[in-house]
Design a protein around this ligand. Structure first.
Ligand code: AMP
Ligand code: MG
Length: 468
C-alpha cells in the first residue's frame, strides 16, 4: 500500500498527460529500499509482495495513484528543444512522508508516452542499476538527490546497440519539476500555467518565497550548494541540460554520470559530451547558464520586464559568491578545518593542484590524508610534505574529516562490474556494492576493501553512456 496524496495532477491540464504504464511480460524485483519506504509511510514488508512488484513494473495501478507523464522543454547541450517531457517515465503520484515532506513516486522505463518521440519508453538494466547505486550513495554522503525505492527486471528485451535486459526503476524525488518545466510554459506564452506552476513550487518547496525574484534567489542558492557538494565528492553529472535541473535542488537524472578516480579537473565521462561542456570544472559555470534560462522563464510573470531583467541578472551574478562559500565549507571539512574561510582557499587549491599534477586518486587522497600513507598518492613527495606541513600548522580535526571524506563511493569500474553480473542475472555484486556505498564513511573491512581500492590502470572505466 502506498498512501498517495496527489497535487501535480490538479495543475492545469496542458502541463501533463494522464498515461498508464505499458505492462511487461515477467517482472522480478531486484532490490527495494526498506528504509526509504518507512520514511514514505509504506510498510517495508509490503515491498517484497507480488502486489508491490506489479506496481513497480507498471503491471498494476496502485490504489490512489493517478499516473501521468509531465510535459517539459529544455536546452540540451545549449540547444533549445521545445518538445521534451516524460518520454519513458510516469509520475505515479505523491506521498506525504512521516517527516512531513511531500515526495513524488515515479517509474522510469515504464513504456511510451506522448513525449516519447522516437524512443521506446523503456530503460535497460545498466542505467537502472547505476541510478540506484549512485543516487543512494549520494544520499548517504549528504548530497541532495532523488532516491531509489525499487528496481525490477521486466523480462523484456530492449534493443539499443544490442539486445539488452529491460528494467524499471522507481524513483522518489521532492518533485520532478525542472527548469525545463518552467521553460515550456514560458515558451508557450501560457501565463496561467506558468503562474500555477510558480504557486505550486512555492507552496511545495519554498514556502518563505513571495515573488519570482525570491524564487530565483532560493533556486540559485540551492544550485550553488548542490554543485559545491558534487565537486566535494568528485562527481561529474555529465548531462546538465536544463531539463535535468531540479527546481528543488536535488541531483536528478543519473545518465552518463561518474565519480572521478584520478583527480583531473577536466574530467568528462559522457561519450556524447565531445566538447567537454559538462566537464567537472565546468559544472558551476553551467549552473549559472542554466539559472539564466530559469530566470528568463520567470520574466513573463513580471509586470515590468526591463526592471525584472536587471533584478534577475543581479541575483544570478551572486551565484559565485554563494558557490564559493559552499565550496570552502565543503572542502574545508574535507581538510578537517575548523571554521574554514576564504583565508583557507590557497591551502585547499594547492592540494588540488598537487593532486592534479600527480594524478592522485580523489577519494583516497582525502580519505587517507591524515594517515601515515598519505604521501603514497603523490609522485612529488617533497611537495606534498611541504603542503602537509602548512596543513599541520593550520590545524585539523580528524573527526570532521571522518564525516566529510567517503571511504567508499560507487566507482565506475565497480558499477560496470555490477551491471555485467546483472546481465547474467547475478545481483549479489549489486547488493554488496550498495551495502558498502550506503555506509560511505565506515572504515573498509575485508568485505568492502575491494570497493575502497582505486582501479588499476587496466580496470579504469573512463567512458559512460546515456541512459537511453
Ligand atoms: P535524458 O537525457 O535521460 O534526460 O532524456 C531526455 C529526453 O529524452 C526526455 O524527454 C526523455 O523522456 C527522453 N527519452 C530518453 N530515453 C527515452 C526512451 N528510451 N524512450 C522515450 N523517451 C526517451
Ligand atoms: Mg532527463
Amino acid at each position: 500500500m502506498i498512501p498517495f496524496n496527489n497535487s501535480y495532477v490538479h495543475l492545469p491540464a496542458q502541463m501533463f498527460t494522464r498515461q498508464t504504464a505499458k505492462p511487461v511480460p515477467d517482472p522480478t524485483l531486484i532490490i527495494a529500499n526498506a528504509r526509504l519506504a518507512t520514511t514514505l509511510g509504506i510498510d517495508p514488508d509490503w515491498l517484497n509482495t507480488p502486489a508491490a512488484r506489479d506496481i513497480f513494473a507498471g503491471n498494476a495501478v496502485a490504489d490512489g495513484s493517478e499516473p501521468l507523464a509531465s510535459a517539459y522543454a529544455g536546452h540540451q547541450f545549449g540547444n533549445w528543444n521545445p518538445g521534451l517531457g516524460d518520454g519513458r517515465a510516469l509520475l505515479l503520484g505523491e506521498v506525504l512522508g512521516t517527516d512531513g515532506v511531500r515526495r513524488d513516486i515515479q517509474l522510469k522505463g515504464s513504456g511510451p508516452t506522448p513525449y516519447s518521440r522516437s524512443g521506446d519508453g523503456r530503460a535497460w538494466l545498466g542505467p537502472v542499476l547505476r541510478e540506484y547505486l549512485v543516487s543512494e550513495a549520494m544520499h548517504a554522503m549528504g548530497v541532495p538527490t532523488t532516491r531509489a525505492l525499487a528496481a525490477v527486471t521486466t523480462g523484456e528485451t530492449v534493443v539499443r546497440e544490442e539486445p539488452l535486459p529491460g528494467a524499471i526503476i522507481t524513483r522518489v524525488a521532492q518533485s520532478h519539476i525542472r527548469v525545463g518545466t518552467f521553460q515550456l510554459m514560458a515558451a508557450r506564452g501560457d501565463i496561467d500555467a506558468l503562474s500555477a506552476l510558480f504557486d505550486h513550487v512555492v507552496d511545495r518547496h519554498f514556502p518563505e518565497v513571495d515573488s519570482p525574484a525570491a524564487l530565483l534567489t532560493a533556486v540559485t542558492k540551492a544550485q550553488a550548494k548542490l554543485i559545491a557538494k558534487w565537486m566535494s565528492v568528485g562527481f561529474v553529472h555529465g548531462v546538465m541540460n536544463t531539463d535535468n535541473v531540479s527546481i528543488a535542488g536535488e541531483t536528478i537524472d543519473y545518465g552518463p554520470c561518474a565519480f572521478m578516480d584520478v583527480y583531473d579537473a577536466a574530467s568528462v565521462f559522457s561519450a556524447i559530451d565531445r566538447q567537454g561542456r559538462y566537464a567537472y570544472q565546468n559544472q558551476p559555470r553551467i549552473a549559472v547558464w542554466n539559472l539564466a534560462q530559469f530566470a528568463t522563464s520567470l520574466i513573463p510573470l513580471m509586470p515590468d520586464q526591463d526592471a525584472a531583467i536587471e533584478e534577475f541578472t543581479a541575483i544570478i551574478n551572486a551565484f559565485p559568491t554563494h558557490y564559493e562559500a559552499q565550496w570552502i565549507t565543503a572542502f574545508g571539512a574535507k581538510l578537517g578545518l575548523d571554521a574554514p574561510s576564504e583565508d583557507d582557499r590557497a591551502l585547499i587549491s594547492d592540494l588540488l593542484g598537487l593532486m592534479q599534477q600527480d594524478r592522485a586518486d580523489f577519494t583516497n587522497t582525502f580519505a587517507n590524508l591524515a594517515g601515515p600513507d598519505a604521501h603514497d598518492q603523490f609522485v612529488d613527495r617533497a611537495a606534498f610534505q611541504a603542503w602537509s606541513a602548512r596543513w599541520q600548522a593550520r590545524g585539523y580535526d580528524a573527526d570532521i574529516m571522518a564525516t566529510a571524506n567517503p571511504v567508499i563511493i560507487p566507482r565506475n569500474h565497480q558499477v560496470e562490474a555490477v551491471i555485467a553480473a546483472g546481465r547474467d542475472a547475478d545481483f549479489s555484486p549489486c547488493h554488496a556494492l550498495l551495502a558498502a556505498v550506503t555506509q560511505p564513511y565506515a572504515p573498509a573491512t575485508d568485505a568492502t576493501a575491494a570497493f575502497a581500492r582505486a582501479p588499476a590502470m587496466d580496470e579504469r572505466v573512463t567512458q559512460t553512456f546515456c541512459g537511453t
